[in-house]
Design a protein around this ligand. Structure first.
Ligand code: SF4
Length: 341
């Protein structure tokens, strides 16, 4: 279990000992297995790891979009600190289909997926889709909602925004669709934007434009962002802090600059060595991490990364390392930086 809560003086979201499991016929997948995370107000938290490490299940858990059955949040809290009322609400305890959760989803916490077609309806015009979301969360007329849709399309710097209002998703390029998704997500001024691999499907130039746009809009809207990605290069451009996930647990957490300059966990080192990262000093020798993320179906006795770790020791397969502060503000779950108790 990641036992340490990551502190923040002014949190907007606090996740405590979150566990999301999938109960299959013959096994249980522990997709999220004891995660503690705090998202400070108006900041960007990068959540990184390979496919299968649990990043997207995190976003779906926060949005209460886990399909049940077979999935279920079996433990933990997801506390949303509301902006206007100072009220704190535990999302994990809400009915996923109830009115409170519907109000939060899209209104207070919005999500942008890697594939915009997951959220856009191919049968409806862009303007109508944004207006529908606005009308769902705000007391406005249809005309006002359409005006807001146009305002948002202009904000995300889409070309010919008036014309786009009347177009269907298939008429737009991938980059434009992602801009529409961002317009849709930010149309109700959410306090938190979850961006789940928002640029993975885009070419590098468009990727960089979308990241710049998200940064600008974040400042404009005073929103906090959880940026979920397998790409540490993207995180280096955007995030204030980074949490590295492996097999349902946070294995390292630090400020972005600190993590890039002094990675402590061999998994983070492996991730950094496997992608070219802008601004990293010296020649970059790229080398993928050996092996695959195992399926989190069996309870693992020691460190889950041990079979792939070049530094694995005897203790690593016997006892699970706990996430702990190694340097002030920098946490890692690794026996290289801890003494067995
Ligand atoms: Fe490698 Fe051991 Fe650290 Fe796990 S605990 S990352 S196996 S050194």
């Amino acid at each position: 279990m990641s036992s340490l809560s990551i502190p923040a003086s002014d949190p907007i979201l606090e996740i405590k000992d979150l566990k999301t499991y999938f109960f299959l016929e013959k096994s249980t997948v522990r997709a999220i297995d004891g995660v503690n995370l705090t998202l400070p107000r108006k900041s960007t938290l990068g959540l990184v790891g390979e496919s299968g490490c649990g990043k997207s299940v995190m976003s779906m858990s926060i949005m209460r979009l886990i399909q049940s059955p077979p999935g279920k949040i079996v433990n933990g809290e997801i506390k949303l600190h509301r902006d206007k009322t100072n009220e704190v609400i535990d999302i994990a305890k809400l009915d996923p289909r109830g009115p409170e959760m519907r109000k939060i989803r899209g209104g207070e916490i919005a999500i942008v997926f890697q594939e915009p077609m997951m959220s856009l309806n191919p049968l409806f015009k862009i303007g109508e889709q944004i207006a529908e979301v606005v009308e769902l969360h705000q007391k406005v007329s249809h005309k006002e909602a359409l005006d807001r849709a146009l305002e948002m399309l202009t904000k995300v710097q889409i070309s010919a925004p008036k014309q786009r209002l009347n177009e269907y998703p298939h008429q737009l390029s991938g980059g434009m669709r992602q801009r529409v998704m961002i317009a849709l997500a930010l149309s109700c001024n959410p306090s938190i934007l979850i961006a789940d691999e928002p640029t993975t499907a885009l070419d590098v130039t468009v990727q960089s434009q979308i990241l710049d746009l998200m940064s600008e809009l974040q400042e404009d809207a005073n929103a906090s962002i959880i940026l979920i990605t397998h790409n540490l290069g993207v995180v280096s451009q955007m995030a204030d802090q980074v949490a590295v996930m492996y097999l349902g647990k946070i294995v390292e957490f630090a400020d972005t600059r600190e993590l890039f300059h002094k990675p402590l966990h061999p998994y983070t080192v492996g991730l950094l060595n496997s992608v070219p990262v802008l601004g990293r000093k010296g020649e970059q020798h790229l080398e993928p991490i050996k092996g695959m993320v195992p399926l989190p179906t069996d309870a693992i006795k020691g460190c889950a990364f041990a079979p792939r770790c070049p530094h694995a020791m005897k203790i690593c397969s016997e006892k699970q390392p706990i996430l702990r502060e190694v340097i002030p503000g920098h946490q890692a779950a690794c026996w290289l930086h801890d003494e067995p108790q």
